[in-house]
Ligand binder design. Structure first.
Ligand code: ADP
Ligand code: MG
Ligand code: MG
Length: 210
């Protein structure tokens, strides 16, 4: 029902906000190695503001998701703010007709990935959030459409794919964002944005499993 969908989205954003607070120093440590040490603070501030912005909302899910995106744009900052916020805001349109279903969740994931690629210009192998996101979105879609798995199982497979994507960022050289300024010195470090993307997906899975 509409009410259940709304509850699920509100639970998900609360979980993500809490997780970002919990991982704040972890993400800051990762960003201090190859960036400017603000990724943890950026996301903890942004997702906490987003959760507060929609708390108790009785809007439709697409409106709630849109508001989350708008809030992230204004509160996160840096490179990741427009990428996370702008892409969530834009992808929220996929939920406007039918709300949240297996099909619209795939459409949302694909629209979100497309926006991140458009806005950031990164590709798989650039050592960014795209390295976690791309295999996750493809795995999610294939698991539902080809393997005919239930969405929660598909999401679990997507999380596993994102984990491998995060590990893949370690040995490669950054081509985008601040880490690219380090050139070869970025090798051997895990990308902060790929890591936060994994954390978000883990919280979406935990919500879906309830
Ligand atoms: P900033 O680098 O401006 O301080 P953050 O620290 O919040 O911003 O975010 C850094 C993360 O953003 C990186 O770890 C990377 O995953 C992601 N990122 C940076 N530039 C791009 C890009 N052009 N495309 C995709 N992701 C990017
Ligand atoms: Mg940073
Ligand atoms: Mg910064």
């Amino acid at each position: 029902s509409d009410e259940e969908q709304r509850e699920a989205v509100l639970m998900a954003i609360d979980r993500v906000a809490t997780r970002m607070q919990d991982e704040k120093s972890h993400l800051t440590d990762l960003d201090s190695a190859i960036g400017d040490a603000d990724h943890g603070a950026n996301l903890a501030r942004g997702f906490t503001a987003a959760a507060e912005a929609v708390e108790g909302s009785e809007d439709d899910v697409d409106e709630i998701v849109k508001k989350i995106g708008v809030t992230l744009i204004s509160k996160v900052g840096g490179a990741s703010g427009p990428l996370y916020g702008g892409s969530i805001m834009s992808a929220s349109q996929t939920l406007s007709e039918e709300g949240l279903t297996a099909e619209t969740s795939i459409a949302f994931a694909e629209a979100y990935l497309e926006k991140v690629l458009d806005r950031g210009g990164a590709r798989v192998g650039s050592k960014t959030m795209v390295d976690a996101l791309t295999p996750a979105v493809h795995t999610y879609k294939k698991s539902i459409e080809v393997d005919e798995l239930p969405p929660v199982t598909a999401l679990a497979k997507a999380v596993a794919a994102a984990e491998r994507g995060v590990a893949f960022t370690v040995p490669i050289r950054a081509e985008k964002g601040r880490a690219s300024f380090l050139g070869w010195r970025s090798v051997g470090h895990q990308d902060p944005g790929a890591t936060s993307t994994l954390f978000i997906m883990q919280e979406l899975l935990a919500t879906a499993e309830k």
